[in-house]
Write a new protein. Structure first.
Length: 251
């Protein structure tokens, strides 16, 4: 894709699943990549897995903590020279019926999925503004931002918030030359989803709800991240790109 070679890319939640596939895709496109994750062993494993593909570094960070975000952006900037692209990908999910959902459970999902999205995007956008060269931010939303799903009130609310955050960022940051979009993946084969359902349950769900009758692959979402970050998407701004095998097209 045009315009990714040599770009400095920061990927949160970049040590597993979609984030790791995205790091691999950007390295294949010639970008320089800095990944972060919450687990030190996963960060080291990701660095080892990706090292043969290009210039990559990583760090441990909890994106819901301001101090961690400040350190992360500083470290990423030092390694990359500058952050040209933010893949704002970190997120968590768990199941809980609405009437049983605890305040602590609500707070943790909102803290990572929405507060963390805001903190990291703001820190990187400020750096982009000060550098005066613009940039690209792609946030991770979900098809759960577009419709409700039982037992995921906290997750649904967080992703709906990401969608509106993305639109507001686009309005405010566009004049600075910073393009902002978000992805809305559907049911993707990731460690997060594997922890929520067995392979048999996942396949049955896909056959019932996804017109393509299969689960999405992390690499398919990674390709969308790369496209939105590339010059091929230079006039796409404030958009939500759905990657769901047709799931949201079903009445």
């Amino acid at each position: 894709m045009r315009g990714l070679d040599g770009r400095g890319v920061l990927i949160s939640g970049g040590t597993r699943g979609i984030g790791l596939a995205t790091a691999r895709r950007f390295l294949q496109e010639g970008s320089r990549v800095f990944v972060c994750g919450i687990d030190a062993d996963e960060v080291e494993a990701a660095r080892g897995d990706l090292a043969a593909l290009g210039k990559v570094e990583g760090a441990v960070a909890d994106v819901s903590r301001e101090a961690d975000v400040d350190e992360l952006v500083g470290a990423a900037g030092a390694f990359l020279g500058d952050v040209d692209v933010l893949v704002n990908n970190a997120g968590i999910a768990d199941k809980s019926a609405f009437l049983e959902l605890t305040a602590a459970g609500w707070d943790r999902v909102i803290a990572v999925n929405l507060r963390g999205m805001f903190l990291l995007a703001q820190a990187v956008a400020r750096r982009m503004r000060d550098a005066g060269r613009g940039g690209v931010i792609v946030n991770m939303a979900s098809t759960n931002a577009l419709g409700g799903e039982a037992e995921f009130a906290h997750y649904n609310a967080s992703k709906g918030g990401v969608l509106q955050l993305t639109r507001t960022m686009a309005v405010e940051l566009g004049p600075l030359g910073i393009r902002v979009n978000c992805l809305c993946p559907g049911f993707i084969d990731t460690p997060l989803n594997q922890a929520l359902a067995s392979p048999e349950e996942s396949l049955a769900y896909a056959r019932r709800h996804v017109p393509l009758e299969r689960i999405g692959r992390p690499e398919e979402v990674a390709a969308a991240y790369a496209f939105l970050a590339s010059d091929d998407a230079s006039f796409i701004h404030g958009a939500a790109l759905v990657i769901d095998g047709g799931q949201t097209a079903v009445m």
